[in-house]
Design a protein around this ligand. Structure first.
Ligand SMILES: *[C@@H]1O[C@H](CO)[C@@H](O)[C@H](O)[C@H]1NC(C)=O
Length: 362
């Protein structure tokens, strides 16, 4: 009897049937990609990745990418990231999207987001965008409605139109990281040119600021950890809820000389398993927070510190036919691409090898 109950329990907690997505940052730059300057998300106010401390680059994070500090728009990096997602059984990426405002590093971030979108097509993954409406504040945009409307028109023409854009509840899924700049009927105004209206989700506990088309919320990481998540899963009443799983929260803001949240949630597989299991028990669409936010310390992509430990958990839960060895293959292809960057014949073979790997079970 006990055995049967346990079996049922573990079956209920497998991710078969749940769609797992990852929240992805497109904002990393190397000296090669950024006119000789490391991007600010590797340096914050005071780090220099050219310095190596205890065998690791001095980046603004407690964690270090397995492939070294990278450029988010480099197609080889994109294939490494998306190849790892694909072989973990992840369905796609929710990409942090800066809008079309010309300020700071936003245009580069948008360009990188589009390199990632191209990569999702190569990898046979889906994508959706997470709009950063707060950028309208940070960039000091005068007419936020006009800029927001232009952003939504851009999203409709360039992203919703793609065959691999995530559809949820019969319409393209649009998430907002807020609201933080546009509130209430501002959203109705900026959505007015959109047909169909997107399935629009705000951050958790903010749907009442999302205007009349809002369909629900997505959960995020916060200091109240499992209490906050349990509360939201059990009591927040909205039609659509996207759950969250994360490995912890260990931000570098204080050390890096940047403002930002200072709470800590222990980083590791226990936190990841606990939040993942809770999400699986409560929702059928899950967003992992995050793929690669090095500054906040919420990374699940392969790092020097944790390797593929988080991806191994996801791979087991999604029930994909890929195995751990496929993660090694993805990294090997990346390293060979860099090693043979000037050999077009070799690059052709490697592109084919990548294609065969990511479509092996499609
Ligand atoms: C380029 O790669 C091909 C295929 O692997 C190999 O046969 C050839 O020797 C390489 N060329 C050079 C110049 O290394």
């Amino acid at each position: 009897m006990k055995v049967a109950v346990l079996l049922l329990f573990s079956w209920a907690f497998s991710a078969h049937g749940a769609d797992v997505y990852v929240h992805m940052m497109p904002w990393f730059e190397t000296k090669e990609s950024n006119s000789g300057q490391w991007g600010i998300h590797w340096t914050m106010a005071n780090r220099n990745p050219d310095n190596v401390v205890d065998g690791k680059q001095d980046i603004a994070s407690f964690y270090h990418p397995e492939i070294g500090a990278y450029a988010s728009g480099d197609p080889d990096v994109v294939d490494w990231q998306l190849g790892a997602m694909k072989t973990a059984g992840i369905k796609g990426a929710f990409i942090d999207w800066p809008g079309t405002t010309e300020a700071f590093d936003y245009p580069k971030n948008k360009e990188n987001a589009e390199a990632i979108i191209d990569g999702t097509v190569r990898a046979g993954l889906q994508f959706a965008v997470v709009y950063e409406d707060n950028n309208l504040n940070l960039a000091g945009v005068g007419d936020k409605i006009a800029q927001g409307t232009a952003d939504m028109q851009y999203v409709q023409s360039n992203y919703f139109s793609k065959g691999n854009y995530v559809q949820l509840d019969g319409a393209p899924l649009l998430l907002d990281f807020g609201p933080q700049a546009l509130y209430d009927d501002n959203w109705d105004q900026i959505f007015s040119p959109l047909d169909p209206k997107p399935t629009f989700l705000t951050l958790w506990n903010q749907n009442q600021q999302g205007g009349s088309f809002v369909k629900g919320e997505y959960a995020w990481v916060y200091s109240n950890y499992l209490d906050g998540l349990n509360n939201w899963y059990n009591f927040q009443e909205v039609p659509i809820k996207v759950g969250v799983a994360y490995p912890g929260f260990n931000s570098f803001y204080e050390q890096g000389g940047w403002p930002g949240p200072g709470f800590t949630i222990e980083f590791g597989t226990d936190t990841f398993q606990a939040t993942f299991d809770l999400a699986l028990a409560n929702t059928d669409v899950i967003q992992i927070c995050t793929w690669n936010d090095y500054g906040e310390g919420t990374i699940i992509e392969p790092t020097l510190e944790f390797g593929t430990q988080f991806l191994d958990i996801i791979q087991a839960a999604t029930g994909t036919q890929y195995t751990h060895a496929d993660f090694d293959e993805v990294t090997e292809i990346f390293l060979l691409r860099k090693q043979h960057a000037n050999n077009a014949t070799m690059l052709g073979h490697l592109a084919q090898r990548y294609h065969n790997l990511v479509h092996k079970f499609d």
